[in-house]
Design a protein around this ligand. Structure first.
Ligand code: PMP
Length: 417
């Protein structure tokens, strides 16, 4: 199969009326998100289902009390301007708090590089809007974050899948794939740290080589790193942002979704300052500005120093859950499957050693009371029929053990054992 993927028109109009509407050609490229659709599917299931599907922080990991406390002053009756329109590139209070939060870290930056976005997704969309013309080549990791590849597709990119191994994106395979394609990628989309869905982290030599190649090809590196702050205490690689040292080809997208709360829909982008006027114009044509009360809430949360303590607790929580999942997997799937060993983040990636169709397994698993995302959701080419993504972040260790045992039962049922 060609490594270059164009969409099979996925979201074809679903009603007679829709087929008569003069839809734009680009709607052929709106493929939707298997991950997000599974939320609705799960909502309709029995409520004791063990949820390994969505990449959400655990409910108990969302600092609701602290946010409510800081919110009273920040967006209460004393602060009516918190409900007005805000500056498109971001509220000054959040920008100031974020700059000092990032000081001394691998993501340290300056005010002229920051744009506050409506979550990480808007950052991905803005990068594609600015750089991807129809037919442009966009490299995605294989497996990759579905909504990221879907965003590139929505701008009519041709996707070039490059395998990921335990050291992150395989750079030799990248070079070979680009050689075969015969043209340089416009954008290289990577999730270098605690990748979604595999949990793996790109090594330092590969990070350096990726940046060198991007420089040689003139490709934009879309550095999507929502999980980097959720490490389990091992050695950390410098971010692509830090290694790039101001190279305008590197655009970094970050979010508060995994470290504070996804429903607030606040993230940020770090780009060369020369891009800011275009980013602002593009964002003005989308949403004018990011939700101001949400920005103010996060600003207060950071300013009052809550994030560091919160992260310390979450790292311990998620590390314990990862271990619980690996222990349960070893008990139920030892010798039948292998899985990754993430140094942080939310996910691990399981591959069956025997051909277990994880798409066919899905309804059986739901009936047994456990949900996950089938591997093919993470590859436009459908390269992972025998793999699946498990989110260990959302469930307590005992539930994880129960969920993995239900998954093992589902495999038995599927295989008629
Ligand atoms: N990139 C990756 C790799 C993600 O896992 C996610 C969230 N699942 C996002 C981007 C989007 O983040 P947000 O929810 O802030 O839009």
């Amino acid at each position: 199969m060609s490594p270059i993927q164009t969409p099979s028109p996925a979201a074809s109009p679903s009603t007679d009326t829709a087929t008569r509407l003069p839809l734009a050609h680009r709607t052929d490229y709106l493929v939707g998100s298997v991950i997000d659709s599974s939320t609705a599917l799960l909502a309709a299931q029995r409520h004791d289902i063990v949820r390994f599907a969505m990449g959400s922080p655990a409910p108990e990991a969302i600092p609701t009390h602290t946010l409510a406390q800081v919110g009273v002053a920040e967006i209460g009756a004393e602060a009516p301007d918190a409900f007005d329109y805000a500056a498109t590139h971001g509220d000054p209070a959040l920008i100031a708090a974020l700059l000092s939060q990032l000081e001394g870290t691998s993501d340290a930056t300056t005010q002229d590089r920051l744009t506050i976005t409506s979550g990480g997704m808007q950052g991905l969309d803005l990068v594609c809007k600015l750089f991807v013309d129809p037919g442009d080549l966009v490299v995605v990791e294989s497996p990759t974050y579905t909504n990221g590849s879907a965003t590139a597709l929505s701008y009519q990119a041709e996707l070039l899948e490059v395998p990921v191994d335990e050291e992150g994106m395989d750079i030799d395979a990248l070079v070979a794939a680009v050689d075969r394609a015969g043209r340089a990628p416009k954008v290289i989309y990577t999730i270098p740290t605690f990748q979604n869905p595999s949990g793996v982290t790109m090594t330092l030599p590969r990070r350096r080589r990726l940046l060198e190649l991007a420089c040689r090809w003139g490709s934009v590196v879309l550095d999507d790193d929502p999980y980097g702050m959720l490490d389990f205490g091992g050695p950390q690689e410098p971010t692509l942002h830090e290694l790039a040292d101001g190279d305008p080809l590197v655009v970094s997208v970050r979010t508060f979704s995994k470290i504070v709360a996804p429903g607030l829909r606040v993230g940020w982008m770090d780009t060369d300052p020369s891009l800011q006027p275009l980013l602002i114009a593009a964002k003005q044509a989308m949403d004018t500005c990011t939700n101001l009360p949400a920005q103010r809430l996060i600003a207060a949360f950071l300013r009052e120093g809550h994030l560091d303590a919160h992260l310390t607790t979450q790292r311990l929580r998620y590390a314990e859950r990862k271990t619980a999942m690996q222990t349960a997997l070893a008990e139920h799937f030892g010798g039948r499957a292998h899985w990754t060993d993430p140094g942080g983040g939310f996910f691990l990636w399981l591959t069956f050693d025997e051909p277990v169709d994880t798409q066919a397994l899905f309804p059986v698993a739901l009936a047994e009371g456990v949900a996950y995302i089938p591997g093919n959701a993470f590859s436009p080419a459908g390269a992972f029929p025998h793999a699946l993504r498990l989110c260990f972040a959302s469930s307590a260790p005992a539930r994880i053990a129960e969920g993995v045992s239900r998954l093992a039962r589902a495999v038995d049922v599927l295989q008629g054992r």
